[in-house]
Design a protein around this ligand. Structure first.
Ligand SMILES: NC(=O)c1ccc[n+]([C@@H]2O[C@H](COP(=O)([O-])OP(=O)(O)OC[C@H]3O[C@@H](n4cnc5c(N)ncnc54)[C@H](OP(=O)(O)O)[C@@H]3O)[C@@H](O)[C@H]2O)c1
Length: 250
């Protein structure tokens, strides 16, 4: 893995448990960080932790990603503050209540906005900047839930699956400019997002997930399952024929 002591890293949704652990790995290598988060107080707490852990500099900006104009401004602010970027890591997301979404267009659209549209609002200016710089890496957290639609969470899965396809196209475009696009697909991770779910053997800690994310970004993986064992699991799940899959209660 190349040293990242001079890395200039933008992290969107830096107060996420997985992102904060990824940021700690960057801080330990002395990276220069620009963090955004919706909650200013929690963002400053994450920034203070990263300064203590060795980050060379840590800048912050409060950003609610549902404000698409602010998304563009945050990208520009980070680019200006760090004199360009080596890595942009997009981590924010919400796990909507599937049953409530089925009864409410507004809830469904809000979930799609945070998990899909807002990410596109960030990736559009980021891609143009990186393409012009002909250098760097864009990394985005999607989910194993995007690999196949299931009755228990297909609104979330649709957003993450759509994002997965967007990233595929972006990777193909930016490859020709020497820019990497990394798709990160966690399975179950023990974070505030999954606080309502029953814990099981497939759950990973946020620390394990964050370190795996850092490794995947630094190795410029195209698609990384987090932890790795989700790759064979999802291969099997995708391989089930639809006429069988539709009968399951998943
Ligand atoms: N945990 C899992 O099992 C799992 C599995 C697969 C994929 N993922 C994905 O991993 C990523 C990180 O999630 P996590 O597990 O670390 O959960 P988390 O700790 O709950 O983090 C979610 C983050 O998203 C932020 N966010 C939500 N809405 C936002 C908005 N409108 N504007 C700005 N930020 C917003 C939250 O900010 P606030 O704290 O201010 O709400 C929070 O920092 C997400 O993309 C999630 O979909 C998680």
């Amino acid at each position: 893995m190349p040293p990242d002591s001079s890395s200039r890293v933008l992290i969107i949704g830096a107060t996420s448990a997985i992102a904060a652990e990824t940021a700690r790995a960057y801080a330990a290598h002395g990276a220069r960080l620009f963090l955004t988060g919706r909650n200013g107080g929690r963002l400053e707490a994450v920034a203070a932790d990263l300064r203590v852990r060795g980050a060379t500099t840590v800048d912050t900006a409060v950003l609610d990603v549902t404000d698409h104009r602010q998304c563009q401004e945050a990208v520009e602010a980070a680019w200006a503050a760090l004199g360009g970027l080596d890595v942009a890591f997009v981590a924010h997301g919400v796990l909507p209540d599937q049953a409530r979404c089925q009864g409410s267009v507004a809830e469904t659209v809000a979930a799609l906005d945070v998990n899909f549209t807002s990410v596109i609002a960030l990736l559009t200016p980021l891609a143009n900047r990186f393409e012009a710089a002909r250098h760097g890496c864009i990394a985005v957290i999607t989910s194993v839930a995007g690999d196949r639609g299931r009755q228990s969470n297909y609104v979330y899965g649709a957003a993450k699956g759509g994002l997965d396809r967007f990233l595929q196209g972006l990777r193909n475009r930016l490859y020709h400019a020497g820019v990497a696009v990394v798709t990160l697909k966690p399975g179950f991770v023990d974070t505030p997002m999954t606080a309502g779910l029953k814990r099981g053997p497939l759950f990973a800690t946020a620390r394990r997930a964050g370190r795996a994310v850092h490794r995947a970004i630094e190795r410029r993986r195209d698609v990384a399952y987090v932890p790795w064992f989700w790759r064979p699991i999802m291969w099997l799940i995708r391989a089930l024929p639809e006429f069988v899959f539709k009968r399951l209660r998943l």
